[in-house]
Design a binder for this molecule. Structure first.
Ligand code: ZN
Length: 241
């Protein structure tokens, strides 16, 4: 099976559209959450993923938009964007988001938004990666949440290796190692590359590929300005941080 794994779409319809136009009918589309928040097209992104995604898990912005849960932890811009998202979110979008599971476990991998068990924890260093490996027996964990394309690999002796995928790249999974694969962000990359990112996972060949791509950033930004979303959120798309 070939999986196309997206995360942190954040209402960025133009970027999601690029992914949808890239994948084939028999590819399995997977969403790791944060479909909404920040961006100008939450309903369109929900509709597209509801129609096409084979598997989807819940993100913290999805939960905030649907239930107003956790907004006290959001910074001012994120909170303003959630207020706006709630004001335009259609009931059917809210229902779909609200029904998403925190995790999905399959024989060979686990899907969560941020980390196993502590679903909205950020894996940003080796200590957090070690905690995440200890929290599950899944050999491969796919995550998003940080908006940083990267991976963590744990060897049989417990050593953890790490690599950024700021400009994309490929990884062949070794059978004796465990992995946390951060697929980066479709809607708001934060690893100093404004190109969006999603991951291909070929389960037969055991190959993971981070795909960085251009999308019409200026179009999304003008929609965000028209919607009155915070300038900080508009500007960061151009610089990828
Ligand atoms: Zn996010």
């Amino acid at each position: 099976m070939r999986y196309a794994i997206v995360s942190d779409v954040h209402g960025n319809q133009e970027s999601l559209q690029h992914v949808l136009s890239t994948i084939a009918d028999d590819d399995a589309l997977v969403s790791l959450g944060d479909v909404v928040g920040y961006g100008p097209n939450p309903n369109e992104c929900v509709a597209a993923l509801r129609a096409r995604a084979k598997h989807a898990v819940l993100g913290n912005h999805d939960l905030a938009a649907a239930e107003n849960f956790g907004v006290e932890n959001f910074n001012r811009a994120a909170r303003e964007a959630i207020d706006w998202t709630q004001s335009v979110l259609e009931p059917s979008s809210r229902e779909w988001l609200d029904a998403l599971p925190y995790e999905l476990r399959f024989p060979d991998f686990l899907l969560v938004h941020g980390a196993p068990v502590n679903y909205f924890e950020y894996i940003l260093d080796k200590r957090a990666a070690a905690r995440a490996f200890d929290a599950t027996d899944a050999r491969v964990v796919f995550v998003g949440h940080t908006h940083i394309a990267e991976y963590w690999a744990r060897d049989t002796d417990g050593t953890i290796g790490h690599k950024h995928m700021q400009h994309g790249g490929e990884l062949t999974l070794e059978p004796n190692k465990r992995y946390i694969i951060d697929v980066g962000s479709v809607g708001q990359p934060r690893d100093l590359n404004p190109q969006a990112c999603f991951v291909w996972y070929d389960s037969e060949r055991q190959v993971v590929r981070w795909n960085r791509y251009d999308y019409p950033i200026a179009e999304v930004q003008s929609k965000m300005r028209a919607a009155g979303l915070p300038a900080y959120l508009v500007d960061r798309l151009s610089v990828g941080r």
